[in-house]
Design a protein around this ligand. Structure first.
Ligand code: PSU
Ligand code: MN
Length: 294
């Protein structure tokens, strides 16, 4: 007999994609649509953000609207959380910051669009996203569409291997390229069902394994850009960033918006489709995990 679940399993969501990753109104519409998808699939979304210094695990629609429309919202990575609290700031949280807060709240599944990763010139400029050490440290599954397309994918996979993070692709053999289904780089592992992922998470818990797991979900083919188009858009966006001397946390939002412009908005369509798709799969995994535990 199947026991009714007491409460739907929780899934964490970040808010930088809302405040700095997409234009208004698509940002707010997408954030709310993602939550609705998760609820329909039997999970309870908890979008994380900081409002007037208060850390909120489960923003209301009005609070999501605030982060998606107000000027001056911070992009808080993990090191900025306490500062945002101390300064009573409004802050969107990155994937890494969300993982830290989700772990503290006991949430085991986290969904985002694309993670920050090893930057294209990291061997020279040391640009490695704080998302990576957070994935390695906190016992949370990250469901994403891979690293953002302007990252160095092979170097990112090397980093994750060094830091003992299991990496898998969902129902495909290659690691995706965010806007495109394949980066041409084979993935270390492949999962074909939510139950399979849930079993891995449970096995890790039983073994006392520390840290997280990264699941990369290629976006649906009908919303994907051809790999060559993604690569040339990324190259042009990186050229513009170099021209303006951009670095640090401003770089990712700048590149995302430039790629949107270069692809005449098609990258935004891809970004919206991939996060919705990730939401569905993240919810499915959270539900499978809850069932296995009962
Ligand atoms: N994925 C998106 N849009 C985004 C981001 C990811 O589709 O805006 C954000 C995430 O919050 C991620 C952050 O944690 O970009 C990474 O920033 P950086 O590369 O500066 O570490
Ligand atoms: Mn960076």
């Amino acid at each position: 007999m199947e026991l009714p679940m007491a409460r739907p399993p929780l899934v964490a969501l970040e808010s930088t994609i809302i405040a700095h990753g997409m234009p208004y109104p698509q940002n707010v519409e997408t954030a709310l649509a993602v939550e609705a998808i998760m609820r329909a699939d039997g999970a309870e979304p908890k979008t994380i953000g900081i409002l007037a210094g208060e850390i909120i695990i489960g923003l209301t629609p009005a609070q999501i609207e605030t982060l998606g429309t107000q000027p001056g919202v911070w992009k808080a990575c993990e090191r900025d959380i306490a500062l945002a609290a101390a300064r009573r700031a409004n802050a969107a949280v990155t994937a890494g910051a969300s993982l830290a807060l989700a772990a503290r709240a006991g949430i085991e599944v986290f969904v985002t669009g694309g993670i920050g990763a090893v930057g294209p010139e990291a061997s020279r400029d040391f640009d490695i996203s704080a998302d990576l050490p957070a994935i390695a440290e906190y016992p949370v599954l990250t469901v994403c569409a891979g690293a953002k397309a302007f990252m160095d994918i092979p170097a990112t996979l090397e980093w994750l291997e060094t830091h003992r993070v299991p990496v898998a692709t969902w129902q495909a053999d290659d690691f995706p390229l965010f806007y495109s289904r394949s980066s041409g780089v084979p993935s270390p592992c492949r999962f074909d069902s939510a139950l399979d992922v849930a079993r891995l998470l449970l096995a890790r818990r039983r073994l006392g394994s520390r840290g997280g797991v990264l699941l990369a979900v290629p976006l649906p083919a009908e919303h994907a850009l051809p790999e060559a188009e993604t690569r040339s858009a990324v190259e042009e966006a990186l050229r513009r960033a170099r021209q303006q001397g951009l670095a640090g946390k401003a770089l990712t939002p700048f590149l995302l918006s430039q790629i949107q412009e270069i692809t005449a908005g098609r990258s935004l369509d891809s970004n919206i489709a991939l996060i919705k798709n990730n939401a569905r799969i993240g919810a499915e995994i959270a539900v499978a995990l809850a069932k296995l535990q009962h």
